[in-house]
Design a protein around this ligand. Sequence first.
Ligand SMILES: *[C@@H]1O[C@H](CO)[C@@H](O)[C@H](O)[C@H]1NC(C)=O
Ligand SMILES: *[C@@H]1O[C@H](CO)[C@@H](O)[C@H](O)[C@H]1NC(C)=O
Ligand SMILES: *[C@@H]1O[C@H](CO)[C@@H](O)[C@H](O)[C@H]1NC(C)=O
Ligand SMILES: *[C@@H]1O[C@H](CO)[C@@H](O)[C@H](O)[C@H]1NC(C)=O
Ligand SMILES: *[C@@H]1O[C@H](CO)[C@@H](O)[C@H](O)[C@H]1NC(C)=O
Ligand SMILES: *[C@@H]1O[C@H](CO)[C@@H](O)[C@H](O)[C@H]1NC(C)=O
Ligand SMILES: *[C@@H]1O[C@H](CO)[C@@H](O)[C@H](O)[C@H]1NC(C)=O
Ligand SMILES: *[C@@H]1O[C@H](CO)[C@@H](O)[C@H](O)[C@H]1NC(C)=O
Ligand SMILES: *[C@@H]1O[C@H](CO)[C@@H](O)[C@H](O)[C@H]1NC(C)=O
Length: 282
Amino acid sequence: MSSTSSSVLTLSSFNLLFFTQVLTVLSSTIKYNEYATDKGGNVSIPCIAQGNIMWVKEHGNNSTIVQTGRVLVLRNVSTTDAGIYVCFASVPRPSTTATSATTSPQNQQEKETRPLEDEDGGHGESVSPTDDQPKEAEMEEEVEYLAHQRTKLIVRTVPGPVSQLYFKASTILGFLIWRFNKTQSGGYPVRSFTAEYRNVSYKTPPANASFEHAWSRMDPINIAFNVRQMEVYRLAPNTTYEFRIWANNELGSGEVVTTNVTTLPETKEEGRYSSLIPDDCH
Ligand SMILES: *[C@@H]1O[C@H](CO)[C@@H](O)[C@H](O)[C@H]1NC(C)=O
Ligand SMILES: *[C@@H]1O[C@H](CO)[C@@H](O)[C@H](O)[C@H]1NC(C)=O
Ligand SMILES: *[C@@H]1O[C@H](CO)[C@@H](O)[C@H](O)[C@H]1NC(C)=O
Ligand SMILES: *[C@@H]1O[C@H](CO)[C@@H](O)[C@H](O)[C@H]1NC(C)=O
Ligand SMILES: *[C@@H]1O[C@H](CO)[C@@H](O)[C@H](O)[C@H]1NC(C)=O
Ligand SMILES: *[C@@H]1O[C@H](CO)[C@@H](O)[C@H](O)[C@H]1NC(C)=O
Ligand SMILES: *[C@@H]1O[C@H](CO)[C@@H](O)[C@H](O)[C@H]1NC(C)=O
Ligand SMILES: *[C@@H]1O[C@H](CO)[C@@H](O)[C@H](O)[C@H]1NC(C)=O
Ligand SMILES: *[C@@H]1O[C@H](CO)[C@@H](O)[C@H](O)[C@H]1NC(C)=O
């Protein structure tokens, strides 16, 4: 592929599929940068280029024009705003329409308003009203756009969920075990995990939340970021417990994952369980 000729794209009717194919060809030859922002933040991403500018967001094979203008402004960003944005700038055409093609909307406005402002000054340039006619007609023509910049927007969030949470129970003790994929950290490192449990061994379901047992927080309150297993002591035999755990990062508490487990009933042999409890050994 010839990089110079293929890097100019002709846009007659915002044909988005065609657009995407050209973007793919261009991606190795244009400027690339990255921006990161916290969820809920605002970003302003400038495009260093001349001419009329539009921003296209890549959606796989289905790209869409999201904004026009030199600076892409996104407020209160959400995770759906994350992705690749490509800045396209119109290319002056080497034809008779070239001069008006490079005239930006701001220049047009200045010319139009100056005669009014300068009425007292007396040196008002006279602008022929017919000046605008060729510009309007030109909008109907094809305009060439060139990709200048490919920007990746990263939106940081609270952590995602732990994976493979389960509780390995005996009668009175057990292990809470989980996995955590670093791609779920939300863009900031995970600082800690928090885990809680409560008795849900109800004979009849509680009428409302105020009749449920309170959550007990596991010790330590902040489980180190690299820990993936907790021992739990002093459970009651033959009792159903609900466990929940979440990761924490700079932005706060992440998605909660819950699991239920029922401890084994006490047997004659396990009646001597107290010797298994480290605290009772002393
Ligand atoms: C984002 O912009 C809006 C409107 O301009 C403003 O009210 C808000 O405080 C800004 N948020 C942040 C995080 O700067
Ligand atoms: C675009 O993607 C959709 C679904 O991902 C697919 O069905 C369609 O065929 C694709 N179109 C082109 C032109 O690749
Ligand atoms: C392409 O994107 C537009 C706008 O986001 C959406 O309305 C449309 O359904 C998408 N088409 C496909 C095939 O994904
Ligand atoms: C920001 O967006 C969220 C949804 O993503 C919305 O719930 C919230 O009210 C918005 N905040 C502002 C200040 O617009
Ligand atoms: C972590 O998640 C990523 C993306 O979802 C996936 O590609 C990767 O295989 C996962 N890693 C593990 C160890 O599960
Ligand atoms: C668990 O809750 C049930 C129902 O409230 C109660 O009967 C039982 O004694 C509780 N078990 C423990 C070990 O607290
Ligand atoms: C739960 O039920 C009790 C008694 O029926 C009632 O007094 C209380 O307000 C209820 N609480 C909630 C949170 O609905
Ligand atoms: C655990 O048990 C409680 C009480 O019966 C129930 O509300 C909750 O949905 C259960 N959670 C899971 C993950 O099964
Ligand atoms: C375990 O608890 C259930 C009720 O939750 C009861 O029906 C059963 O008899 C108990 N089993 C033992 C061995 O205590």
